[in-house]
Design a protein around this ligand. Structure first.
Ligand code: 59J
Length: 580
């Protein structure tokens, strides 16, 4: 027979029940006690010692040039802040604090009094850790330090546009610092601490999440070339009283940008008094009409069409060409009434180029220009980069076909122009542009037939070396090629062209024995001696190409016969000098 135990021992059941009721009552009382009676006391205690998480700043990745030269370095700094409220108890120590901070004691004391209610004010940001510690060692109540990182740019204004900068919170704001922010930034860590009501650190409990350092980044640029380019561009801007300018050096085989500079520039380490004009990375964010540098591309299209060869002749007399009410003009008097294709480039004949364009048709010029990147996305993803504009050939009437063939009616960036010339230099093969150092040979595409590229190379070498050529672009000891351009600037507000503001251009490459480097020089509104590209920009090309070929240890391919002998392999001689 089964019976309930409780029924057998009723007194035991009641005791258990009674105990349970007592416990419930006790808990209920404790709840009331905590929530109502002791509330204020406990809340105060909780606030007084609260567990908080404070961020551990992550070290930002180092940016270097292609040879490991530092371009952006994160250095640890100490920022000192004050709880001004708390500091009111320690007025006697203010003068010694001011002395340690190198601040005027009167100014500091006025500030601390004016902000006496503030629990957080900056005293000074970005001290070296040693400077910061020496102030903290004074143990002035209410003075605290936090560790931060600050970016320093060793090459200053020379790499400013390329590298960009970070903001006060160490996030990328411009240039590579912005474009590669995710790669460089790393992830902040977390530290659990116990702080008192005033925010004073009582106990450093533990690191709950380690900071993850950002990754380093090696750029394609060569700091030596960057310095060279910056110096020569700046000198040319000053000498010519120009408004602005850009210069880009590119490795035509790898697609790497070796130097990219602009004027005016700025010091990224001291950004006070910064004007927007100084910050423009013009080589990528400013577009312009390529003018006669475009003739190198249109002439390539003529050669590619199979309808033209360099020795073919075109009548350019009388230096004008009437298209309805529109007149195409040659600026300088040409060598004669009839020019061959090389002569059209050397004399930069707009009339001759236009006649060839009518023969081959706009579409062939359009297709070639498009293939070599004019008015196309570079894929670099640089902040603020412009694409420019290459209007579709279907919209070209006769006047547009003519003016586009000699460089007006389309707009490009300096980086696009150097890329286009790199294809001519690299025997028609196009390497994708990159701002990052590449270790393996890139995939290139043959976008112009090799024989066309080689022919245009020879013609552009003549543009520099022929008797009436752009001799100012010549480089001692090397053969180089290129094309100058002088373009009237479109005047703002009107549809027309300004009467006397010009853009002087030069685009070229070398050495011709095995073209390796392409350079574009853009000088905006020269206002002194002259304004022709062959006068203003060609000498800059010459100096920068000369320095580049030497710094990169490229064997000269145009030494006078005597010097050529001097660099010939040394024949071993007998120890006695061969005297017997
Ligand atoms: C020029 C233009 C403006 C736009 C003209 C330069 C045109 C044109 C309408 C007058 C100076 C000038 C669409 S000049 O680059 O032909 O190698 O340095 O700006 O022609 O039709 O007082 N280049 N420049 N033209 N426009 N529209 C020559 C030429 C060029 C040189 C000099 C002489 C122009 C030797 C330019 C150079 O090849």
């Amino acid at each position: 027979m089964m019976k309930l135990e409780g029924a057998l021992y009723p007194w035991r059941f009641r005791v258990v029940l009674g105990l349970l009721a007592l416990m419930v009552g006790a808990i209920a009382w404790r709840i009331v006690d905590l929530q109502v009676v002791d509330r204020a006391f406990l809340k105060g205690q909780g606030d007084a010692r609260s567990v908080r998480h404070i961020p551990i700043p992550a070290h930002r990745g180092l940016i270097t040039d292609r040879n490991g030269e530092p371009l952006a370095v994160s250095t640890p700094v100490t920022t000192l802040w004050a709880n001004a409220k708390e500091m009111q108890q320690a007025k006697a120590q203010w003068p010694s604090l001011a002395a340690a901070l190198g601040q005027d004691p009167k100014v500091l004391s006025e500030r601390l009094q004016a902000q006496a209610n503030k629990e957080f004010i900056y005293l000074v940001r970005g001290l070296t850790p040693e400077q910061g510690q020496s102030v903290l060692d004074l143990k002035v109540p209410g003075v605290y330090g936090i560790e931060e990182f600050r970016r320093f740019y060793p090459a200053g204004e020379v790499t400013a546009h390329m590298v960009g900068f970070t903001d006060i919170d160490d996030r990328g704001r411009e240039g590579v610092e912005l474009a590669y922010d995710e790669w460089l930034a790393g992830v902040a860590g977390k530290r659990q601490v116990i702080k008192d009501r005033r925010g004073r650190l009582i106990k450093d409990v533990q690191v709950t999440k380690n900071a993850k350092a950002g990754k380093p980044l090696a750029l394609s640029i060569d700091l030596r070339l960057q310095y060279l380019a910056n110096r020569e561009l700046r000198n040319a801007i000053v000498d010519n009283g120009a408004k602005a300018g850009s210069l880009v050096i590119m490795d035509v085989k790898t697609g790497e940008i070796l130097a990219m500079v602009n004027q005016p520039t700025y010091n990224p380490n001291n950004r006070r008094n910064l004007q927007p004009a100084m910050m423009r990375n013009r080589a990528m964010i400013d577009v312009f009409e390529p003018g006669s540098t475009m003739k190198a591309i249109s002439m390539s299209a003529a050669l590619e069409s199979g309808r033209w060869k360099p020795s073919d002749k075109v009548e350019v007399y009388p230096g004008t060409l009437q298209l309805g009410k529109y007149t195409i003009r040659d600026v300088s008097r040409t060598e004669g009434p009839v020019l061959d294709l090389t002569g059209i480039l050397i004399n930069s004949s707009n009339v001759g180029m236009s006649k060839i364009a009518f023969d081959i048709g706009g579409e062939s010029i359009f297709r070639l220009a498009q293939k070599i990147g004019l008015g196309q996305d570079t894929g670099l993803g640089f902040p603020g980069e412009r694409v420019g504009n290459l209007p579709n050939y279907r919209e070209w009437r006769k006047a547009e076909t003519a003016t586009l063939s000699y460089g007006y009616g389309l707009s490009v960036t300096a980086i696009q122009l150097v890329h286009a010339f790199s294809v001519l230099a690299n025997n028609g093969r196009m390497a994708p542009l990159t701002l990052i150092k590449t270790d393996k040979a890139p995939d290139t595409a043959q976008v112009i037939p090799e024989h066309v590229a080689k022919t245009i190379q020879g013609m552009l070498q003549q543009v520099i070396e022929a008797p009436r050529g752009v001799f100012r672009a010549q480089v001692p000891a090397y053969h180089v090629a290129g094309k100058s351009g002088t373009a009237r600037k479109t005047s703002v507000g009107t549809k027309g062209y300004a009467e006397n503001s010009y853009r002087s251009l030069f685009a070229g490459f070398g050495p011709m024995s095995d073209p390796r480097y392409a350079i574009v020089v853009v000088i905006d509104e020269p206002s002194k001696a002259g304004y022709f590209g062959g006068l203003v920009s060609a000498p800059v090309f010459s100096k920068v190409m000369s320095g580049t070929l030497r710094l990169m240890n490229i064997t000269p391919d145009n030494l006078p016969a005597t010097q050529q002998a001097a660099t010939a392999p040394v024949v071993p001689v007998q120890a006695n000098g061969g005297r017997g």
